[in-house]
Ligand binder design. Structure first.
Ligand code: PFF
Length: 442
């Protein structure tokens, strides 16, 4: 059977941007940036994204298109049998991330409902903290929403590459931009909002430490969906005449744009109402509802905000599930429907202890971490950077001519940035990502 393909270049760019733009950009970015010197973090993040990030994005997409296969097949075909386990690792990472990502995706659905009913429309951040705490630690409720989010994701993946993933992204990504612009416009007109903008954009280099740099690199990898084969799978559906460098540049720029917009959406409003911008992960689920409660028409904005968060999470979750589904299709010749359904059920099952570890099962820990934190930590801090280093080494040292050809070098023109791209793959990426790997785990 011929391999599925994206219907258009735009569809591919929006699907890949849909994978990248997710909880990383909208939930993590604003609070990590505000804990790390605002504008200074932003500059470092942009620096990484447009060097390492774009190079690795191109390499993943090129690898997928060259091999016409998802991660496992791609590493096997291009790297030989010693490399195939890097592909297996990517599939495993997709599986592990999806199981806890879907739990958080479930929270976003719950918060849409809680905004509609008014339960979280309160200006009292303490009260909101306890609503959030008791919701996520409840043994039943978050699991129902986790199941719902998983079902939504599988519904899209069952539709296939063009009818499911591409069509959804083509519709939801522009909707996400519009919703963000509306929320930003609303926030910027609040009295005192400009202090938040200044805080976010003014670089305070005194807050920059080694950890800031490492956090920026880690977040850049996570936010761009790199290091686990998602972009290999999406690249394998790209037609021969689509330019990979041009598309990758779009995806990276759109994702960075959304990170900046997310900062501009959250921080001015937080400042205008005198909340703590460095509130950490609770900024989205605890502080933002309090901000909305103080706004005229806030309930409507709260509903829009949580829909936006859910949409962003859904298009990312779809790519995680696609990695695992395409693996079952390519390697075991399964049909799409049983492949997606069986994998989604397993991911749901693994998400159950992840969710319970925030409540009833919080006593069960390994290395001091519950299941949820353990899954998050091992994937983001160990397995994804490891996948990134190995990809860079394969691309730069072993199959460069093939990557070079996929990136347009086969047209015989001299491409000015190509040597930089090769240097990044051979030296910069393995060294820098290797440093994060060591530093994070010492
Ligand atoms: N990029 C997504 C986010 O920022 O939320 C997370 C992610 C999706 C990581 C898909 C990896 C992946 F393959």
């Amino acid at each position: 059977m011929a391999r599925s393909q994206w219907g258009s270049r735009l569809g591919f760019i929006l699907a890949a941007a849909g994978s990248a733009v997710g909880l990383g950009a909208i939930w993590k970015f604003p609070y990590v940036a505000s804990q790390n010197g605002g504008g200074a973090f932003l500059l470092i993040f942009i620096g990484f994204v447009f060097t390492l990030g774009i190079a690795m994005m191109m390499a993943e997409m090129a690898l997928g298109r060259a091999a016409q296969s998802g991660a496992v097949g791609a590493y096997r075909k291009m790297g030989g049998k010693n490399w195939v386990w890097v592909g297996y690792m990517g599939v495993l990472v997709g599986f592990l991330i999806m199981s806890f990502y879907s739990v958080v995706g479930g929270w976003t659905i719950a918060y849409i409902i809680k905004s509609v009913t008014g339960e979280v429309i309160s200006a009292d951040a303490k009260h909101l903290g306890s609503v959030f705490g008791s919701f996520v630690s409840d043994p039943v409720q978050p699991l129902v929403y986790h199941a719902l989010f998983m079902a939504l994701t599988v519904g899209v993946v069952l539709g296939g590459v063009q009818k499911g993933i591409e069509n959804l992204s083509k519709f939801l990504m522009p909707a996400l931009f519009v919703m963000m612009l509306v929320l930003i416009a609303r926030g910027l007109f609040l009295p005192g909002a400009l202090d938040g903008v200044a805080y976010f954009l003014n670089p305070d280099f005194s807050k920059v430490t080694g950890k800031t740099v490492i956090d920026a690199l880690g977040l850049a990898f996570f936010s761009l969906s790199l290091g686990m084969g998602a972009m290999v799978a999406y690249g394998s559906y790209v037609s021969k005449d689509t330019s990979i460098p041009g598309s990758a540049l779009w995806v990276v720029s759109l994702t960075t744009g959304v990170c900046i917009l997310a900062g501009l959406m959250v921080l001015p409003a937080v400042f205008a109402f005198g909340f703590d911008p460095a509130a950490g992960p609770g900024l989205t689920f605890i502080t933002m509802p309090a901000v909305f409660a103080k706004m005229v028409g806030g309930q409507l904005f709260a509903v829009v905000f949580f829909i936006l968060l859910m949409v962003a999470a859904l298009t990312s979750a779809v790519s995680l599930m696609e990695v695992v589904t395409s693996f079952m299709i390519d390697e075991f010749h399964m049909k799409r429907v049983p492949a997606a359904l069986s994998m989604a059920s397993l991911m749901f099952v693994l998400g159950v202890p992840a969710s319970l570890s925030l409540g009833e099962w919080s006593g069960y820990t390994l290395f001091g971490k519950g299941v949820f934190d353990l899954l998050d930590y091992t994937t983001s801090n160990i397995l994804m950077p490891l996948g990134g280093v190995l990809l860079a080494i394969l691309a730069g040292w072993k199959i460069w001519p093939e990557i070079h050809a996929q990136l347009g070098g086969d047209r015989g023109e001299r491409i000015v940035w190509m040597p930089a791209m090769k240097a990044i793959s051979c030296f910069v990426a393995p060294a820098l990502v290797g440093v994060i790997l060591v530093y994070n785990n010492l």
